[in-house]
Design a protein around this ligand. Structure first.
Ligand SMILES: N[C@@H](CCC(=O)N[C@@H](CS)C(=O)NCC(=O)O)C(=O)O
Length: 206
């Protein structure tokens, strides 16, 4: 028997997307909470697991993986019976990866300027200036998602639910705190409500 996977996560973070994917796949796994309030992501013990000092990280029998797009593709490929990605359609799979890349490299980074501005500047005024840009930048990103990635639904990849849906749900859940009304984006809004009703999502949040 193979050892269960271990997901390192913190509540309210992008690690939710991988937790949802693992639950949707019915994948045996342990979930280990990293206490951000205690800065445990910077502790020597956690840095030995993920030297980036970030969540998520997923320990597998082959080693530790990080970066949400990689984890989502891994879960989908490792548990193909769950059909969480278009594994035999190269274009559709690349399109899903394109979406994941946009969420990770552009949308998540825009969001991070609200509370993690000290990554990019030391001066309080520079950090405050970056924070003021967050609502406009997040609204612009979700305008792109609404217009170019939502298609005819009901899911990001069309008729079939995929790991991309839990990822979009996770990032869309940050909009309110970022000062953006999700109702400005009707397709994203309906998707957020639809996804939030899934048992795996409820369990991941519980
Ligand atoms: N590119 C990474 C980003 C990971 C990341 O920034 N995680 C945040 C939580 S959403 C984190 O661990 N922050 C802790 C810190 O900055 O100290 C991914 O997509 O997984």
């Amino acid at each position: 028997m193979t050892a269960p996977l271990t997901l390192y996560y913190a509540p309210g973070t992008c690690a939710l997307a991988t937790r949802i994917a693992l639950l949707e796949a019915d994948a045996p796994h342990d979930a280990v909470r990293i206490d951000f309030a205690a800065n445990a992501q910077r502790s020597p013990a956690y840095l030995a697991i993920n030297p980036k000092g970030r969540v998520p990280a997923l320990a597998t029998e082959h080693g530790v993986l990080s970066e949400t797009p990689a984890l989502l593709a891994y879960v989908a490929q490792r548990f193909p019976a769950a059909r969480l990605a278009p594994l035999d359609d190269p274009f559709a799979f690349a399109r899903m990866q394109e979406f994941h890349g946009y969420l990770a490299a552009t949308v998540h980074v825009a969001h991070a300027h609200r509370r993690r501005g000290s990554r990019w500047a030391d001066e309080a005024e520079a950090i405050a200036a970056m924070q003021r840009k967050v609502p406009a930048n997040m609204a612009e990103c979700f305008g792109v998602i609404e217009q170019h990635y939502m298609g005819s639904g009901p899911w990001v990849m069309g008729e079939r639910y995929s790991v991309a849906d839990g990822y979009l749900y996770t990032v869309a859940g940050w909009l309110e705190g970022d000062g953006v009304d999700i109702a400005e984006f009707p397709k994203v809004h309906a998707h957020f409500q639809r996804t939030g009703e899934r048992p795996a999502v409820r369990q991941a949040l519980g």
